[in-house]
Design a protein around this ligand. Structure first.
Ligand SMILES: Nc1ncnc2c1ncn2[C@@H]1O[C@H](COP(=O)(O)OP(=O)(O)OP(=O)(O)O)[C@@H](O)[C@H]1O
Ligand SMILES: [Mg+2]
Length: 240
């Protein structure tokens, strides 16, 4: 990494760590100093904030470790046959737990949808995209997940009913630490690493994530993960 990039990385990380830590420290101190003066409801609220900020730190650390692995080219896989329908279903169930106020609609290709890929990478990519779909669209809206094949690719598409992303911001959203500067992003926590990680993992599987978005008429955003379709001819039995 070049020196100025390294410095920028460090200063961003330091800021991202300091913000939740300051909040955790502040709320812990307030609780200790005013324990007898604060009501139970207020105490619960403060403890909840401490928990959320700790989660934010854990997620940040996990993401930074993932970025370090990707950037040092240390995370390589041997692509295998994976069933994208099965992975999509699992990730939807996991996401539903934390996003009960969203509706999820699925339109999956019938039977198995096999790609030449890596299960863990696919799960991580879809978690990041689905989390975003929920984070950046209003409650009680629908997130649609569809799967299928197009030319030599198998795909998973995730569409939300959020406000969309401005056209001039679209090329930047896969950059490290990039977050669109709008009220939606300032309301939702994040460090701008999710899509950088997702796109890099997709590339490692010879795949690609594409995005289409509109800020008109609440058409929302569609992220599509394309992966090489699994074809039996590419494999001898021992590879499988
Ligand atoms: N579905 C979406 N609708 C609108 N904006 C989005 C959507 N997905 C991503 N974005 C924008 O792209 C930015 C980058 O997304 P990314 O997932 O990389 O980071 P993040 O969600 O801010 O943080 P992290 O994923 O690291 O917790 C977001 O901050 C947001 O501004
Ligand atoms: Mg994200």
């Amino acid at each position: 990494m070049k020196k100025d990039l390294q410095n920028e990385f460090l200063s961003t990380i330091t800021h991202e760590i300091r913000t939740p830590l300051t909040s955790i420290k502040g709320f812990s101190q307030t609780l200790q100093d005013n324990w007898d003066k604060i009501g139970d409801e207020q105490k619960k609220k403060f403890i909840k904030i401490i928990e959320e900020q700790s989660e934010r730190l854990i997620k940040l650390i996990e993401n930074v470790l993932n970025v370090a692995k990707i950037d040092s080219n240390n995370e390589n896989i041997v692509p295998k046959k994976v069933n994208l329908n099965q992975i999509a279903k699992k990730v939807i169930e996991l996401t539903k737990i934390n996003h009960k106020e969203h509706n999820f609609e699925t339109n999956l290709a019938s039977g198995e949808l096999c790609a030449l890929a890596d299960t863990d990478f696919c799960e991580q990519i879809l978690v990041n995209i689905l989390e975003n779909a929920c984070k950046y669209s209003p409650k009680n809206t629908t997130v649609k997940i569809s799967t299928g094949t197009k030319e030599n690719n198998a795909y998973v598409s995730i569409q939300d009913e959020g406000e969309g992303i401005e056209e001039n911001q679209l090329p930047k959203i896969f950059d490290k630490f990039f977050r669109v500067d709008n009220y939606l992003t300032s309301k939702a926590q994040g460090s701008g690493l999710g899509l950088y990680i997702a796109q890099n993992l997709a590339h490692k599987m010879n795949g690609e994530i594409k995005v289409e978005s509109s800020t008109q008429n609440n058409k929302g955003t569609v992220f599509t993960l394309y992966l090489p379709v699994f074809e039996i001819e590419n494999f001898t039995r021992k590879d499988m």
